[in-house]
Design a protein around this ligand. Sequence first.
Ligand code: FUB
Length: 443
Amino acid sequence: MAVVALASAAVSAQNPIVRDQFSADPSALVVGDKVYVFPSHDIKAPAEYARKDWFCMADYHVFSSSNLTDWTDNGMIVDQWSAPWVNASGYSMWAPDCKQNPNNGKYYFFFPAGAKPQPSADGRRGFGGNRVGICTSDYPEGPYTPEATPIEGVGGIDPCIFVDDDGTGYLVMPGITITKLNPDWKSISTDPADRHRVEEVPTKGLVEGPYLYKHNGKYYMTFPWARDVEEVLAYCMADNIFGPYKFMGVFFEEHANHCWTNHHSIIEFKGQTYLFYHHNEFSPDFDKNRSVCADSIFFEPDGTIRMVKPTLRGIGVTDSKSQIQLDRYTQLSASGDSIAYLEPSNYFAGWKTVFYEKGAWAKYNTVDFKKAPKKVTVKVVPPSAGTLEILQDDNVIATVDVPADRQFVTVSGKVSGAKKGIHHLKVRMATAGKVQVDWLTFE
Ligand code: FUB
């Protein structure tokens, strides 16, 4: 039944969506039939950067996807050496945002960073302070051109740009303040009537990352909140952009692995609302090296936000011909299987699903079988021995034997009775033993 084979399927990505580098603070933007994500970029501190226990961020990349499953890195937007006003040894390019200016169709990438030290009154050079700058482009994937100077009158971190239905742009900053942008989006209005501070928020634990979103005519001011220790995500609602807002509570709890920060954005894409956020899956022991994730978000009939469940399965429909990372499961059986890192010394290598009890299963929802498959190939990790059943919904469509006497790279099984279309996939241990699965794919 089982044959040795080599698979040549494409790798598909689930949570975290960026799997070859750290990424954080995702700002998502829908452009046509694609989603663009503008995260910040955590790196390991280089020798010249003294703060080894702190955020270290020297540039930004932009990612895109049309199926929310396969993400393309479109390259770098700007770095601390090419932005004229940025302190080139600051490693402080924190949470950005990018939106299209309806007045000229260009994409405006707003980013905070430590500015070059300025001469001080006593002649010594000091810290230039956190400022917010802009890069512009004709296309969301770039190339982007940085402005020579940061925005006049704006200090701090974590800019969020909100574009209202009438095309007016607003700059939202921690505090939380909302200020009208001038039509060129390179400056803010100085008219006090164009500025509002949101007062109806918790008085403690609000330091960063507000994100203003509009849904069904209501304004949702969402923000990270260090309610106890680590940040949860909470929100206020209003009928008008300048309020009054009403505090509504939490919609996303702390991460199980104690990442202190969270930072998010919300989009609607093809009729579904999604939350982009981050945690530290690829760096469980150091929460300044984070990874971007995405999950669905739902509104109750009264407009309130249902508590979001963070998943490993993430979003998007997975192609049955891709390497399906079963460890990014939708659901696991109550006992008999678990998820482990493939290589404890290299978290970027990803995870495996370990079955060690007869009857244990892992479910992976929404796989697109464009044609009824004839063959399944499973990449197993030695030591492995036992038999797996592959199910489409509740029907067994293949049985794959993994004999103990050989160190397989991949094992294949014949598929019969499978249907085409979008189905849920389940993999079940049919015998005693232990089988460790890296991925599986269909032909
Ligand atoms: O990424 C650096 C900082 O951590 C961001 O600016 C904050 O929002 C927090 O995520």
